[in-house]
Design a protein. Structure first.
Length: 386
């Protein structure tokens, strides 16, 4: 076995083992880990029959629950099956982090980033929930890896379209960022306009093909064109209003009894997204199995400060170096993080919504550490000795 394979095996074993160990230690405490979730219940029902293919079974995207249902079919319906599935996905995400750093940012960056993610308590916790968060994190990291690498072949556009289809069918909110991806392919895939146009065309054509099967299923079920799932209409609604023949009636006219709900504004959401520690109570997210948190949670805040807060200053430094030196890979990772952060500012954010891009934040931060150390070394060599 080569040294590289030994490193990969060790990182996988570390990330997988710690996630399973967390579930073993805290799995019996309902105040820490919730075994039940909406995704778990839907996937368990999907195992019982094939009715979910031809009936309106769930309004959510099918990606994670189909994968979880497959795991249930193979290994039985249990919370531990979900834990093992998430632990494997988390461990593979750790390997992707190692590869991105090793090949694009520096070998030490990749190794330390993988160790950082493998030792992240927050990611241990989310691996114990039967929710799509771990799969989305895995797909976002995989897609970022595909985009950060130099494009050499036209089939890369097809591969990126396939990864996008998987991500959109798991978490439809990323449909909003599709125009940014198209712009990137148009201006950043190659330095030749004709080839870039071919990349964009091939990407869009492949994405259309990958969208067809589930869209056809939704048309049969809902008698309407529903890309991905009903929940995706929340993000595609602006386009639907443009294409609609007549403007929708105001809610106050059609539903006079409707209550106006005031949601946090953009800057409040951004503050929540980048927040290191919590000093106000959190209602949690029952659909994902996330438990409510009190105004002061030592467990939550300690994990946030150690796993994320320490990195934040170096993330800023890495962002500056990426822009200043026009480092392609670092810029792709940074753009993914910032694009997603802006999106969360409009649709709502919390500290756990940062989970999807935390692996990329780790990479940019450690890239900043590497550049700071290199700058210090260079300055030391330039200092004349007496």
């Amino acid at each position: 076995m080569t040294p590289d394979r030994r490193t990969l095996l060790a990182l996988f074993a570390l990330a997988f083992g710690l996630r399973v160990l967390y579930a073993v230690v805290f799995g019996d405490d309902p105040n820490v880990v919730a075994h039940d979730s909406y995704g778990y219940r839907i996937a368990a029902r999907m195992v019982e029959s094939w009715e979910w293919i031809t009936t309106p079974f769930s309004p959510t995207a099918p990606g994670y629950r189909m994968l979880l249902a497959l795991a249930f079919k193979l290994f039985g319906v249990s919370w531990w099956t979900a834990v093992m599935l998430n632990a494997v996905l988390g461990a593979i995400t750790t390997l992707f982090l190692y590869r991105i750093g090793e090949r694009l940012l520096g070998k030490r960056v990749g190794l330390i980033a993988a160790l950082w993610l493998g030792l992240s308590v927050n990611h241990w916790y989310f691996a114990s929930l039967a929710a799509r968060d771990v799969l989305v994190t895995f797909l976002v990291t995989w897609l970022a890896y595909a985009l950060a690498r130099p494009f050499y072949r036209m089939r890369t556009a097809t591969w990126i379209a396939f990864l996008c289809a998987l991500l959109f069918h798991t978490e439809p909110m990323f449909l909003v960022l599709l125009p940014l991806l198209i712009v990137f392919l148009a201006v950043g895939s190659t330095h030749h306009r004709v080839l870039s146009a071919q990349y964009v065309f091939l990407f869009m054509a492949a994405l259309f093909v990958f969208f067809l099967p589930w869209t056809i299923r939704n048309f049969v079920v809902y008698r309407d064109v529903v890309p991905v799932a009903l929940e995706a209409q929340r993000y595609t609604a602006p386009v639907a209003r443009i294409l609609r023949d007549a403007p929708p009636e105001p809610a106050a006219t059609t539903h006079p009894e409707a209550t106006v709900i005031r949601r946090p504004g953009f800057f409040a959401n951004e503050r929540e997204f980048w927040r290191v520690a919590r000093f106000a109570a959190s209602p949690g997210d029952p659909a994902r199995g996330v438990r409510p948190e009190p105004a002061w949670s030592l467990r939550h805040n300690a994990a946030g400060i150690l796993n994320y807060g320490v990195l934040l200053p170096f993330f800023v430094a890495g962002s500056i170096f990426a822009v200043k030196r026009r480092h392609r890979a670092a810029l792709v990772l940074l753009s993914t993080v910032l694009g997603y952060a802006v999106l969360r500012g409009f649709i709502g954010a919390s500290d756990y919504s940062r989970l999807y891009v935390e692996p990329l934040i780790i990479l940019v931060a450690l890239y900043g550490v590497k550049e700071l150390l290199e700058k210090r070394r260079t300055a030391g060599e330039a200092t004349p000795t007496a």
